[in-house]
Design a protein around this ligand. Structure first.
Ligand SMILES: [Zn+2]
Ligand SMILES: [Zn+2]
Length: 338
């Protein structure tokens, strides 16, 4: 089968690779679409993976083959979204609402990755992280990132009418904006790029202004009766952008850490601010299966618009070009379509 193999830098080559063996109780899926995720770029940039490797984990496809003798709701030919990690559901982490910290979650995967004609995955993913769908594959491929955002918001205690500052109106920021607006929050979005701010307004943001502009701060203060944001969602940036936002969180507010930062980037925080001002800092990494199901439902019913966010649809032979377009900030979301 063919796969787009990462060869170092932003270079990918389509090569013939062996079709993966089906792990016990698992399945082989013919890939129809796979999103290119910011985390794929981080894995390459920060040396978390080494070339040659097949990346891609935001997958939608069709079941090509199921391991024999299994009894479940799936059959060959089903269109499915497959989470690349599957929690066990019974360990300490799973029972304490930290499914992405489960050892089974971390050890399960899809093989070799989503930028390929086929991937295989084990019985754990089939049982816990596979969802049938009837929506177009490129839209379904967006399930995992939407699910990441949903879980992150579920973890924040916010109420209708609250004011949220979404820092960064890229693909994730625009998903976050939609999710928070649906929950009745007033969203102020900031970004460097005017076209992204325009989209944030279209998705219901109460205000959207260039990053670091006084207007954004004024909007947050006005919407919150001078208290500051109830919630700050950091979808982009560095420690400097965190420092720039901290003073605008209200007493008792929540800071949602939802992006990786460059390695070795450190934040210096006045802990008394956290203590005396009752600030909550929440990290959220990866979704739970129920978030995947909810995300797929919201995409299917169009309650969350993902189509306008897909700016690039490319073949396996253009993964590298799409990655470069992402770095040039020309691309909101690229999906590899097979
Ligand atoms: Zn992803
Ligand atoms: Zn577990």
């Amino acid at each position: 089968m063919k796969a787009a193999v990462w060869k170092g830098n932003n270079k990918f080559e389509v090569e013939e690779v062996p079709q993966p063996e089906i792990p016990p109780g698992g399945m082989l899926v013919k890939v129809s679409a796979c999103g290119i995720c910011g985390s794929d770029l981080v894995k390459m940039r920060d040396g978390i993976v080494q070339p040659p490797v097949v990346l891609g984990h935001e997958v939608s496809g069709v079941i090509a083959e199921l391991a024999a003798g299994e009894h479940h709701q799936f059959k060959e030919g089903d269109a499915v979204v497959v989470g690349h990690h599957a929690p066990c559901g019974i360990c300490h982490y799973c029972r304490h609402d930290s499914p992405s910290m489960c050892s089974q979650f971390k050890s399960t995967n899809i093989y070799p990755g989503g930028f390929a004609e086929y991937f295989a995955t084990g019985g754990e993913n089939l049982a816990k992280a596979t969802f049938k769908h009837n929506v177009s594959h490129p839209l379904a491929a967006i399930t995992e990132p939407v699910a990441c955002c949903l879980r992150s918001v579920h973890r924040c205690k916010v109420y209708p009418g609250d004011t949220a500052w979404v820092v960064g109106a890229g693909f994730i920021g625009l998903l976050m904006t939609q999710i928070l607006v649906r929950r009745g929050l007033q969203v102020v979005a900031t970004d460097l790029d005017e076209s992204r701010l325009a989209m944030a307004r279209e998705f219901g943001a109460s205000a959207a202004f260039p990053a670091r502009s006084r207007k954004a701060i004024n909007a947050i203060m006005e919407l919150s009766d001078g208290r500051g944001a109830d919630l700050i969602v950091q979808t982009a940036g560095t420690s400097a952008s965190y420092e720039g936002t901290l003073r605008y969180i209200r007493d008792g507010g929540i800071i949602n850490v939802f992006s990786s930062v460059p390695r070795r980037d450190r934040l210096t925080v006045d802990l008394n601010q956290i203590y005396y001002r009752d600030i909550t800092v929440i990290g959220s990494y990866s979704p739970a299966p129920q978030d995947m199901a909810e995300a797929l439902r919201l995409i299917t019913t169009r309650e969350i618009a993902v189509e306008p966010l897909i700016t690039h649809r490319v073949g396996l032979d253009a993964v590298g070009d799409a990655v470069e377009a992402i770095y040039r900030r020309e691309c909101l979301k690229a999906v590899v379509v097979l």
